[in-house]
Design a protein. Structure first.
Length: 258
């Protein structure tokens, strides 16, 4: 790292961008992912240097970052190339709510805003606890969350936890612990057998086709299909492991479950 606290930060995913803006440290950001849309002004204020699994390495180098922030094993090839070129990289790998809160605290401390990072994380903890208390019910609706359609992939742990906080019960909670998407693949027969009351879908990078879900062979008797309880949750607010999921993502789930 050239300077500490780092003055020039590149964020390869959206959640660190939003966190730095919320901490009032957006001036440190010199490059972002093409998927960064929160807050809206980031699209005009910061140059785009990457998609998710690809990046413009020469552009990143030209921006002379003190540190590059990445997320998950899917960005490992980008990270490896940057490290070989002498760039300092921080790779986050949060997969649950506790990990999201830890990321916020760590990032706050790294940019010299530890107190603000702690305050932000605590505000989310308190809000989540309040919502969980209000949402508790004797018979929680069964929820199937679909992260991808072909193959069908069930929700990662932070999504499963948010469903529970919103007052539902994730039918594939046992799979949510699996960090790899390939370990969360489910079959049509498994979904049918679970008979979810509600189906939530968020297909990263493409629009959910509710009618196609309802038309899957054998799904006509699933309660969620019979009662038209299929809804899309926008990927930008639920599949980014950061503030968006803890706020707008959770609220979108609550709205469907209410």
């Amino acid at each position: 790292m050239r300077k500490f606290p780092p003055e020039r930060i590149i964020c390869l995913t959206e959640e660190t961008v939003e966190t730095l803006y919320l901490l009032g440290e957006e001036a440190r950001i010199v490059g972002v992912s093409g998927y960064a849309v929160r807050p809206p002004e980031v699209r005009k204020q910061k140059p785009r240097v990457a998609a998710f699994t690809s990046a413009d390495i020469p552009k990143i180098l030209a921006l002379e970052p003190d540190i590059v922030l990445s997320f998950s094993d899917l960005q490992a090839p980008i990270v490896a190339e940057l490290i070989k070129l002498g760039v300092t990289v921080m790779a986050y790998n949060q997969r649950d709510i506790a990990g999201i809160l830890a990321m916020i605290r760590h990032l706050g401390a790294m940019v010299g805003a530890g107190d603000r990072g702690e305050k932000l994380a605590q505000s989310y903890e308190q809000k989540l606890a309040e919502i969980a208390g209000r949402a508790a019910r004797p018979a929680a609706p069964l929820v199937y969350f679909e992260e991808w359609d072909a193959p069908m992939i069930s929700g990662i742990k932070w999504v499963s936890e948010l469903i529970e906080i919103a007052g539902g019960r994730d039918v594939f909670a046992r799979l949510a612990e699996q960090k790899s998407a390939s370990d969360r693949i489910v079959t049509s027969d498994q979904v049918i057998a679970e008979a979810p009351d509600i189906i939530l879908a968020s297909w990263c990078g493409k629009k959910v086709r509710v009618e196609k879900i309802a038309a899957r062979p054998g799904w006509q008797d699933i309660p969620a299909v019979k009662n038209n309880q299929i809804a899309e949750i926008k990927s930008a607010i639920i599949l980014q492991p950061g503030p968006a999921a803890l706020t707008d993502g959770l609220e979108a789930i609550r709205k469907v479950l209410s």
